[in-house]
Design a protein. Structure first.
Length: 524
């Protein structure tokens, strides 16, 4: 048997060098494919016939082995070209007929037992396509737990040459594929290199010659290492805004009331024909259901960063892999745009370009608003933070985003109000400086409870009041003018500090109310 190497980024990079030498002009596609497979992301290779999709999957899976006893064995593989006549029993499992005739239920496992699965043209059969939902998402088929570690499917692109192959209108069927790699036929001088390979081949179907095998027995450990990679805040923010911009619809009804819609919940057609934002770069052109898209993008970005030896997922990783998680998830709202886009790859590139241009045109104004929001929140001025986000009604995406941020600000305020009773004295003193009357009042009351602050009402000429005021005068807390004002009732109230604690003296008709530390007021 050929030399066996442990699964690692180094051994995979060595494999990639071999694959890149065979599949000319597909360097990035190969890197994304290997990254997606290492993390176990269901991958769809989409391209014309004869571009090497099946060969790539076979070459990759044939390189992988598993330790068994003192030696190694190949992966349990299941390869099948799906036809219209096939049923799920042909693909996943079938019943053992001799056992059934004896009254025993016994199955013959197929794809459910395989460790590496490759299905060619699964979209030619709706039964198979439908069954893939749970098979890919939950790794379950019927009552059986599926054992696949790697999954690849291949199909021709949906265009005039393959119009009978992929006619799926239900995007949920495609959403189970985390990664879609568009493989186009190589042109120009690349064809000469391919011709040379064919001329030197000793087989009708030449394969890349990989002189070693990779042991994937440590696959759980490697995947855990990949998933533990940190994703930078910059990458997460960019991805969030990108997904938001393709999924939001700010609809204005006949009463001129604005509503934020989920585009995939609209009953018939989007109300774009009457929308004032018909010329918007994004919302009037594209639609995307964001959740699985973001999950797939983050997972693939982690796998790619790990494969490249990076310790953190950065914006550059996310921007690169979006081109492989967006195809077939992106729905076109604008029919005119559809006729201007020659290929699916061109559509994805145009969408990203439109997003970048929109960010350059509108982004700096929103960033300035967010900076004002952050400055206001530092001072716990929630009203000012909300006002900083007003004035974005002329852009549906920013308006919807500002509404979301305002909701988050309101939740933060509510959480802070709930948190006040649990804060320490030091924390409460900080909160007491907030520019929010309700929060300040609640914080001060809680602070007074912790500090033993009480309120005592004294008669204006009572001996107890005189003793207390004399004590405060002797300690330098009150001045002569303060005493005069208190006794004459010429001032409504004053605030002082006694031993670092708040002291409030208020004139209330014939009484003087004093709120302060219990140790001061209990025995004047």
């Amino acid at each position: 048997m050929a030399e066996v190497k442990s699964l690692s980024k180094e051994s995979l990079q060595e494999l990639l060098r071999v694959l890149k030498g065979f599949f000319k002009g597909l360097d990035e596609e190969l890197e994304v494919y290997v990254a997606s497979q290492v993390l176990g992301l269901p991958t769809l290779l989409l391209g014309p016939h004869g571009t090497g999709k099946t060969t790539l999957a076979k070459a990759f899976y044939d390189t992988l082995v598993v330790k068994e006893g003192k030696g190694y064995r190949p992966l349990k593989k299941f390869f099948m070209l799906i036809k219209e006549r096939h049923t799920p029993f042909d693909v996943f499992y079938t019943y053992h007929l001799p056992s059934l005739m004896r009254g025993e239920e016994k199955i013959v496992p197929k794809a459910i037992e395989a460790e590496a699965v490759f299905l060619d043209e699964p979209f030619t059969n709706q039964l198979i396509t439908s069954a893939l939902k749970d098979f890919l998402e939950e790794r379950i088929y019927d009552k059986f737990q599926c054992k696949w570690l790697f999954f690849t499917a291949a199909s021709n692109p949906p265009n005039l040459f393959y119009e009978t192959v992929m006619q799926l209108k239900n995007l949920a069927d495609l959403d189970r594929f985390d990664v879609v790699i568009l493989i186009e036929a190589r042109l120009g001088l690349s064809l000469y290199e391919i011709a040379e390979q064919m001329a030197e081949a000793r087989d009708r179907h030449p394969m890349p010659e990989v002189g070693f095998r990779i042991d994937v027995s440590n696959l759980p450990k490697v995947r855990s290492e990949i998933l533990s990679l940190r994703v930078s805040k910059e990458a997460l923010s960019w991805l969030t805004l990108f997904a938001h911009s393709l999924s939001v619809c700010a609809y204005e009804d006949e009463d001129r009331q604005k509503h934020i819609l989920d585009k995939f919940s609209v009953l018939e057609s989007l109300p774009c024909s009457t929308c004032p934002f018909r010329q918007h770069k994004l919302c009037s052109k594209y639609a995307l259901q964001p959740n699985r898209f973001m999950r797939s993008t983050i997972l693939l970005a982690k796998a790619l960063a790990w494969l490249r030896g990076d310790s953190e997922v950065k914006l550059e990783h996310v921007r690169k892999v979006v081109r492989y998680t967006l195809p077939l998830r992106l729905a076109l709202v604008n029919e005119a745009l559809k006729h201007r886009m020659p290929t699916l790859k061109a559509l994805v590139q145009q969408c990203i370009k439109d997003f970048d241009e929109w960010c350059r045109e509108r982004g700096r104004y929103f960033i300035e608003a967010l900076e004002r929001v952050f400055r206001a929140l530092e001072k716990l001025d929630f009203m000012r933070a909300n006002k900083a986000l007003e004035g974005y009604h002329n852009d549906p995406i920013l308006w919807a985003l500002s509404c979301s941020i305002r909701d988050r600000i309101q939740r933060l305020r509510e959480e802070l109000l709930e948190l006040v009773p649990k804060l320490s004295e030091e924390e409460l003193e900080v909160i007491a400086e907030a520019r929010d009357e309700e929060i300040v009042e609640l914080a001060r009351k809680r602070l007074e409870e912790l500090q033993g602050i009480i309120t005592v009402a004294y008669g204006r000429g009572s001996e107890n009041l005189k003793k207390l005021l004399k004590k405060l005068f002797m300690e330098g807390v009150l001045s002569e003018q303060d005493l005069v004002q208190i006794f004459e009732g010429s001032i409504q109230g004053m605030e002082k500090r006694w031993n670092g604690k708040r002291l409030v003296i208020e004139n209330r008709g014939s009484e003087v109310w004093v709120r302060g530390p219990k140790e001061l007021l209990k025995s004047p």
